[in-house]
Design a protein around this ligand. Structure first.
Ligand code: PMP
Length: 290
């Protein structure tokens, strides 16, 4: 028996992923006029699977779509996400919805370009939250919110790509953005927390993406949300990054500053794993059954 070919939901239908192509005049490819999400599904103890905080992810995507003038129906995308997971037999999975402007002229106006929507899913490895990342402080600034709002607009991620390339070229795993006043913003695809004397602080910044993992951890830990300087972060006992893909990732180093074994981070990471898998009854309302 051969495995069924992976399928992608595209404009209302499940199609073999291999059969899909985008045209060379795709507006989003030239100008970044698209919006995406990064969502996860987890295998649950009952043998099924559930999507973590699906309505919240789709609400954020709707905001980005509205800004660009892309039609967006959360009910339709919910069905698309569930149908794609089922078609691919995925339980532990990363889910990538993307809405974008397709073929048309080379003009900037989105009018006259065909809007498209896709949902792809890929199986994720059950990883142990053990990888400790080393962060370089970026020489690039995060897109300021008054130039580009912190939403998952495709074009906005060029900023993340530049920062990640620069950090990696200096031997780090990931980049951390600070603003001109020395405040911490976020990473290229994750938010930041710090722990000092047992107090947990969720780093807040107007230019940072309002992360859904960050919001979940605020609820789980009762952390304080506030702005913080790089100086404070370097003085903290523990630092961790969080995001849908990163989950709860202990940071081992920021530039030359090395952190210890991150015991508080590890406890939070373990609790987060129970929550996303439906093992904590208090947070089952965050799960959408597949
Ligand atoms: N910041 C950025 C720039 C991101 O791309 C992400 C990933 N979506 C996050 C933070 C974390 O957000 P979330 O927890 O909603 O995945």
């Amino acid at each position: 028996a051969h495995a069924p070919k992976p399928k992608t939901w595209f404009d209302g239908e499940l199609i073999e992923s291999d059969a899909l192509q985008a045209g060379l005049t795709t507006h989003a490819m030239h100008y970044g006029s698209g919006v995406f999400e990064g969502i996860r599904a987890y295998a649950t103890a009952d043998g099924g699977a559930a999507v973590f905080r699906l309505p919240e992810h789709l609400e954020r995507m709707r905001k980005g779509a509205n800004l660009l003038g892309l039609a967006f129906d959360p009910a339709q995308v919910t069905e698309a996400v569930l149908a794609t997971l089922r078609a691919n037999g995925h339980r532990d999975a990363y889910i990538r919805p993307l809405a974008w402007f397709g073929e048309g002229s080379f003009g900037l106006d989105v009018e006259g370009h065909v809007p498209h929507m896709m949902v792809a899913t890929t199986a994720t490895q059950v990883h142990l939250n053990g990888t400790r990342a080393r962060l370089g402080v970026s020489c690039w600034r995060r897109n300021p919110a008054d130039s580009l709002p912190p939403l998952k607009l495709c074009g906005a991620y060029v900023n993340s790509i530049l920062a990640k390339r620069e950090a990696k070229s200096r031997g780090f795993d990931e980049a951390m953005f600070t603003d001109r006043a020395g405040n911490v913003v976020e990473c290229t695809g994750a938010n930041l927390f710090m722990v000092k004397d047992g107090n947990i602080v969720a780093i807040e910044h107007p230019d940072a993406l309002p992360g859904i993992t960050r919001d979940s951890l605020l609820a789980l830990t009762g952390a304080t949300s506030r702005m913080a300087t790089l100086e404070e972060l370097l003085d903290a006992d523990e630092v961790f990054a969080c995001g849908t893909a990163a989950e709860v990732a202990p940071i081992s180093q920021v530039e030359e500053r090395e952190y210890g074994t991150n015991p508080v981070t590890r406890a939070i990471a373990a609790h987060y794993q129970r929550v996303v898998r439906g093992e904590d009854a208090s947070y089952r309302h965050w799960l959408t059954a597949v």
